[in-house]
Design a binder for this molecule. Structure first.
Ligand code: MN
Length: 474
């Protein structure tokens, strides 16, 4: 018997970071908490007003397209997507239908169908108790990018990985903060389950406001559809929501076909011939791209950085910048050593400080310069790895310069014999019984004394040297 196979396609909307809205001069300010402040006659759809295209928003989408290796449209236009809902003051959404800005491209191994530009709707706040809905038009008309993948994703984890990589890309490009919890990035998953190469009925899941919710919802939906098919029931084409409390999807509405939207080109906006606009030239767009996440991943791999450490530098801008500053000028040996101390010791210190619960290391408690001093001393074998850990902690706690800590606390490997002898004498004085054992020929006693010396030296001493000094003194 052949297996049921899931097929998943994603539609991801992301609010773009621009100074003003998509078709007017109202501010695009995600942090505005007062409702209906960033509004004007255009985004409130007063009669007689006319939209103007935001060129920065167009450029943002084209840069995304450029980094995905997609094809930029030469001719493009905006279309009206007609539907009636209170969050849509014009009665239609300005979107793109036949001529998206970008077609094709690949991200994280997943083929992209298209990337287009449209405007966001207002936000609705439902007051259950009052039985009323209030509408905030601050969001109405914000530039919104929509990316659609081919239906080629095969699992919930693959879908989540794709969405994470897109979020990272949008942040690298500086085109969106793409915070899912804030609704700046919104994921919809189309899922169908079929067998023998025949696709099943497509069900769309909305309201996925975290990667975790997304992964769980997709998993749940695959299972639900499989079980229905096994019971010989038919799956209904519909839109479903995700109920976080019940950890289940639920039916919301049956899906409209695109014919219901009566798309047609907006007569108030000009069509664009992108090749005639210099700032949208392919080469100019390409030149504007920063090092992309997957390029950085490759570079770190070549440098010998552990994969999961590399991932933390790639995803955490502060930690990534810190790593770059520390390893500048190092050969691979230094890079690997520094990376181990950053990803383990430093990250543990940061975690222990319990100052953060976001998973992001916004504040690094030591300068890259001080940290580099510790790694330099390690590379020159001036200090032991045990001492390096202590120096790091002391420097973080006191703000003291690492080489000064080494001098003051005698943590150097190459300490003068006088200091080592002083410690050895002290240990001998404090352990007369063990010294007696040693004199009686019990050799393990020597190792105990060496251990005591190392403890006093905070791990800085060389055991070989200590053995010699102890033997000489006893
Ligand atoms: Mn859309």
């Amino acid at each position: 018997m052949s297996e049921y196979v899931p097929t998943i396609g994603l539609e991801i909307h992301a609010e773009l970071k621009t100074a003003t809205k998509m078709f007017c001069h109202s501010k695009n300010d995600a942090n505005e908490s007062r409702p209906n402040v960033n509004v004007c006659p255009v985004c409130l759809a007063h009669p007689g007003t006319l939209p103007v295209i935001n060129r920065e928003a167009v450029r943002h989408v084209l840069r995304v397209g450029s980094s995905l290796g997609g094809t930029m449209a030469d001719y493009t236009e905006f279309d009206r997507k007609n539907y009636f809902y209170p969050d849509l003051p014009k009665g239609y959404q300005l979107s793109q239908y036949e001529y998206p800005l970008v077609s094709g491209g690949v991200l994280d191994g997943i083929a992209i169908t298209r990337v287009h530009l449209e405007e966001d709707t207002a936000s609705s706040l439902h007051d259950e108790a009052a039985g009323a809905t209030s509408i905030d038009y601050n969001r109405a008309g914000l530039p919104l990018m929509e990316l659609v993948t081919e239906p080629v994703i095969k699992s919930a984890s693959e879908a989540a990985a794709f969405a994470r990589e897109l979020q990272l890309l949008l942040r690298y490009l500086g085109v969106s903060d793409a915070n899912m919890e804030k609704g700046e990035m919104r994921v919809e998953a189309n899922i169908s389950v079929g067998k023998d190469g025949v696709l099943g009925t497509k069900v769309e899941i909305k309201n996925l406001n975290s990667f975790r919710a997304m992964e769980r919802a997709v998993e749940y939906e695959i299972k639900r559809q499989k079980e229905m098919l096994e019971r010989k029931e038919s799956v209904v084409q519909e839109t479903r929501g995700w109920d976080e409390n019940r950890q289940a999807t639920f039916a919301q509405r049956t899906k409209e076909g695109s014919a219901d939207y009566r798309y047609f080109p907006d007569p108030d906006l000009p069509s664009l011939k992108l090749s005639e606009i210099s700032e949208y030239e392919k080469e100019a767009l390409k030149a504007s791209l920063p090092e992309l996440p997957w390029e950085r991943r490759k570079r770190y791999e070549d440098m010998g950085v552990k994969r999961e450490d590399a991932e933390s530098y790639i995803r955490d801008p502060e930690l990534g910048a810190f790593f770059e500053a520390v390893v500048a000028g190092y050969a691979n040996e230094g890079v690997v050593l520094a990376s181990n101390y950053i990803a383990n010791d430093l990250v543990n210190i940061i975690r222990d400080s319990e100052k953060r619960d976001t998973g992001l290391h916004n504040e690094i408690p030591i300068s890259a310069f001080y940290f580099k001093t510790i790694i330099d001393m390690l590379l020159k074998k001036d200090i032991s790895s045990r001492a390096a850990k202590d120096i790091l902690l002391i420097s973080v706690q006191t703000g003291a310069e690492p080489s000064k800590i080494v001098k003051e606390r005698g943590l150097g490997e190459k300490m003068d014999t006088g200091a080592i002898e002083a410690v050895a004498r002290d240990v001998i004085d404090k352990n007369p019984k063990v010294v007696g054992d040693l004199k009686a020929g019990k050799m393990p006693a020597l190792e105990f004394l060496v251990g005591q010396c190392m403890k006093q030296l905070r791990g800085a001493g060389n055991p070989e040297v200590l053995r010699e000094v102890l033997k000489k003194l006893i």
